[in-house]
Design a protein around this ligand. Structure first.
Ligand code: GLC
Length: 464
């Protein structure tokens, strides 16, 4: 193993102690989107059969619409993500499409879905003393996706908190999103052509009557106003559209965020960006919400999407490039200059970058520890398929830091002309602190959905 890998591996030795420290956190809340994910792994062969069954043509594949109006659109979305190795989420508003997916795609398993739900499970298993998740539909099927833990709560109709896995609002409709995963290297045949999937990823087909309207549970608001929070993780804006009143829904949450800041001046509010198709909605999230919160999290694709609406010239120059760590750093710097959120974190394959104001409430050293904890927990999730039990959280502890990950950091250190940075992961830039860590890499991840949500929330709450 090369020296740098060894140095970083030693730095990761603090991770088990860091996990212990998460137990000091008194309360966290997560909002707004909680749903049920129906996960199915699809092979190239099955995809070819599906394409035939809906009589998909070459012309259909040229269609650029990202709405699910017919079963053909569902198959077209899967093919797009499969052949490009990318992740996208498209919406359907017609229950018939949902029924078609249920009957024709079926699923391998149900699991917790939505940023708020996924993060609530992760923070509870990590040991945060009390975690409350926002749900706007909570029938038994939704309750079953919550871990059975006494520190994991949701609110009933009266705003009274109870164990999230025991709540059963019988009249609520289950909100099921289809997560269609595929493997790198698998082959899809269509006509005379063969298409190899370049990267394991997923296509999400969402039928959801509540989350896509950002319906808010009043009981949750009452709970939050009464109990406060140390950390509040927000997400769920990404499925809004301007055509369905999305901009108004965003505007309606501005006074809520201001009120939470007034009630909990020490609490940290984090916004997870998530992949947002509607550009007007994307711009409103970045322009109106991101500057209000303390922290924003995103992956490389979401960072590029943000750049597209905030600096189209820079976006046009970068979109055709194979992005390296130094490019991503420049994107992050530009987003920070445009949005002004005190703390911004960008995660991508092999590396996490945090850029924050000098006087931010969390020190750079604590950030680095949180990021290494997050990298370990994320690798455990990728390697095992889930982190539902606390004994699984550190499964990846001690595994090698990827060579590619260290190369990323070297690339950035060279760009910054700062040889010390590649060893410490800490530096200052103008009036800001930059923190970077190379991560553990898992060759054949068992699952990818929810990975970004896990990384962002663990690195924030674990930064102590
Ligand atoms: C989106 C999807 C949800 C999925 C989540 C994973 O919120 O709507 O189904 O669980 O992303 O990050």
């Amino acid at each position: 193993m090369a020296d740098l890998q060894k140095i970083w591996q030693q730095a990761y030795d603090i991770v088990p102690a860091q996990l212990e420290r998460v137990k000091e956190v008194k309360c966290a809340a997560t909002a707004f989107n909680t749903n049920i994910d129906a996960v199915v792994k699809i092979s190239g062969k099955r995809l070819s059969k599906l394409a035939k069954s809906v009589s998909l043509s070459f012309e259909d594949l040229q269609n650029k619409k990202t709405r699910l109006q017919t079963p053909r659109d569902v198959v077209r979305g899967i093919i797009k993500c499969f052949t490009l190795g990318i992740a996208e989420e498209w919406l359907c508003e017609d229950k018939k499409i949902y029924e078609w997916m249920r009957d024709n795609l079926r699923y391998d398993r149900l699991q917790m879905g939505g940023q708020a739900g996924i993060v609530a499970n992760v923070l509870a298993v990590l040991g945060v003393q009390k975690v409350c998740a926002h749900t706007n539909s909570h029938p038994r099927l939704q309750a079953e996706q919550f871990l059975n833990m006494p520190n994991l709560l949701a609110v009933d109709e009266q705003g009274i908190p109870c164990c999230a896995c025991a709540l059963n609002r019988q009249n609520d409709e289950p909100l099921v999103h289809w997560i269609i995963e595929f493997d790198a290297g698998d082959v899809f045949e269509f006509g005379d052509g063969e298409y190899v999937c370049p990267k394991a990823n997923r296509f999400i087909a969402t039928y959801d009557t509540a989350n896509i309207e950002l319906k808010i549970n009043d009981g949750f608001l009452q709970y939050l106003n009464r109990n406060g929070f140390d950390y509040l993780i927000l997400s769920g804006y990404h499925n809004l559209t301007a055509g369905r009143g999305g901009l108004e829904r965003i505007a309606a949450t501005i006074p809520l965020i201001n009120e939470w800041k007034r009630l909990c001046p020490k609490g940290i509010i984090h916004l997870e960006l998530a992949s947002t198709q509607d550009k007007a909605v994307r711009l409103a999230i970045l322009r109106d919400l991101a500057p209000l919160v303390h922290s924003v999290g995103m992956n490389d694709r979401e960072a590029l999407d943000a750049l597209e609406v905030l600096n189209p010239q820079m976006f046009a120059a970068l979109i055709k490039k194979d992005l390296h760590a130094a490019d991503l750093w420049q994107i992050l710097l530009e987003l920070k200059a445009k949005i002004h959120t005190p703390r911004m974190q960008l995660h991508f394959y092999g590396m996490y970058l945090t850029l924050q104001d000098k006087n931010f409430a969390i020190t750079p050293e604590a950030e680095k520890r949180g990021m290494m904890l997050a990298a370990t927990v994320a690798a455990s999730k990728a390697g095992l398929g889930n982190i539902e039990k606390s004994e699984n959280l550190l499964w990846a502890q001690g595994q090698e830091i990827g060579q590619r990950a260290v190369d990323n950091l070297q690339n950035l250190a060279d760009f910054l002309h700062n040889p010390e940075f590649v060893v410490s992961g800490l530096t200052t830039y103008e009036n800001m602190d930059l923190i970077a860590v190379p991560t553990i890499l898992v060759d054949k991840p068992k699952t990818l959905v929810g990975m970004g949500d896990t990384i962002s929330s663990v690195s924030l709450v674990g930064a102590r």
